[in-house]
Design a protein around this ligand. Structure first.
Ligand code: SF4
Length: 231
């Protein structure tokens, strides 16, 4: 597994828990609006961390940090992900996985082996628009499968969508709702441009307008136990 970053302390990445965050290097998608090009595009990879350094840090933080978030990049592309999570679990930490949902087999295995306590999956678009929105040859059956596995699992989870003006529409959000309905928590993240985008041409794009976000909130706030818009 390639690790491209490690944040020792976070109050926002694992709902309700103080956490550390591991950022893996490498992703099988090329979402143009992704803010993590240094974790996605190999030409921007600058350094990598050794797994042992992180495990040592976590050994010394027992009792001070409750959880570990593994994000990226895309963690599930690494066959040795379960090995790393097992080492972290043995130290007594809760684990949250952030995923693009492209590897349902891995997600299933992690749930079955009780190696994750929380999964956050990005649902990037309605299935028929997935390839256009992510600029990637996505197997949409796998996306559907991951959604079902996560939704039907007993573990805490959330689905989330980054919305971009001119890319997504209100009707897309209605279609995404049909994919994820029955789940507890849905988060809309309003896009903002930054210097680190995978595709620089997206620096001119913006998120949804306030009015559109208000319309979405009105429609969805009572359809999930927890629904919110991150701006
Ligand atoms: S947004 Fe996620 S899935 Fe898309 S390129 Fe970035 S890390 Fe990969």
């Amino acid at each position: 597994m390639k690790i491209g970053g490690f944040q020792k302390f976070s109050l926002i990445d694992y709902p309700g828990k103080i956490s550390a965050v591991i950022f893996v290097q490498g992703c099988n998608f090329r979402c143009p609006y992704c803010h993590n090009r240094e974790l996605v595009l190999p030409e921007y990879f600058s350094f990598s961390l050794q797994e042992e350094e992180i495990i040592e840090f976590l050994e010394n933080r027992k009792g001070k940090i409750e959880g570990v978030v593994i994000t990226g990049g895309e963690p599930t592309i690494f066959p040795d992900l379960p090995d790393l999570l097992l080492k972290i679990k043995r130290l007594g930490y809760y684990i949250k996985l952030d995923t693009n949902g492209s590897n349902p087999q891995m997600i299933k295995l992690l749930i079955e082996r009780k190696l994750v306590d929380y999964i956050a999956m990005d649902v990037k678009a309605p299935l028929e628009k997935y390839r256009d929105v992510t600029f990637s040859a996505v197997d949409i059956e796998k996306i559907q499968e991951s959604i079902n596995i996560i939704k039907d699992s007993p573990i805490q989870h959330e689905f989330r969508t980054t919305v971009i003006n001119g890319v997504h529409t209100y009707s897309d959000i209605l279609k995404i709702y049909n994919l994820i309905k029955g789940s507890d928590r849905y988060v809309i993240q309003n896009f903002y441009p930054s210097e680190n985008l995978v595709d620089k041409s997206f620096q001119t794009k913006t998120g949804f307008l306030k009015e559109e976000l208000a319309r979405i909130e009105k429609k969805f706030k009572n359809r999930f136990s927890s629904f919110f818009i991150r701006t």
